[in-house]
Design a protein around this ligand. Sequence first.
Ligand SMILES: C[S@@+](CC[C@H](N)C(=O)[O-])C[C@H]1O[C@@H](n2cnc3c(N)ncnc32)[C@H](O)[C@@H]1O
Length: 198
Amino acid sequence: MSDLPYSQACENNKDPILAVLRRVFADRSEVLEIASGTGQHATWFAEHMPHLHWLPTDQPSHLDAVRPRCQAYAGDNLAAPVALDVSTRPWSVERIPSALFTANSLHIMPWSSVCDLFAELGERAEADTRLAIYGPFNYGGEYTSPSNARFDQWLAQQSEYSAIRDFERVNELASEAGFELLEDNPMPANNRLIVWSS
Ligand SMILES: C[S@@+](CC[C@H](N)C(=O)[O-])C[C@H]1O[C@@H](n2cnc3c(N)ncnc32)[C@H](O)[C@@H]1O
């Protein structure tokens, strides 16, 4: 048994996410991942999309969780994880690549950080940048399932800042940042994989 940082949710969702990313990142060469967590997505997607160079990032306090799995990765298309808090602007990366991915982060970070993420992209992302965001969303002010409603209650107990986000509000931020909705894919366990393009 490996003692690397581990998330069962990542194991469950990595293949459904991969099926979409293979398509929407088919013509991309570099991906910036925000909030890489355990590094499971970074290593899986780097291994299964070898045409991509994957750059994992997370807030400074979480980098120690991302590093071990990335260090154990055998390929050469995964960068060493970089510290990136979306609210510390401008982001430390020299350039925003034309593909970005983040999973299960918008409902964890404060809403002000979600706004910061899109503000940074609005200022720095170039035309034809793809942004893929995975996680739970509400639509029309409603939960999409009883389990998401329970999850939101649980989030509120963990942190006053965490909450399932409204798709419409996130889409509005994206639109203000110059991104248009490309697709909204249903995912297992009442999650979505939403893709925008600038
Ligand atoms: C539930 S974990 C998800 C991790 C991973 N993406 C996954 O799907 O398993 C939430 C992640 O959001 C990150 N995060 C929270 N606030 C952040 C911020 N302001 N900037 C960047 N990452 C942040 C946390 O450090 C953590 O890695």
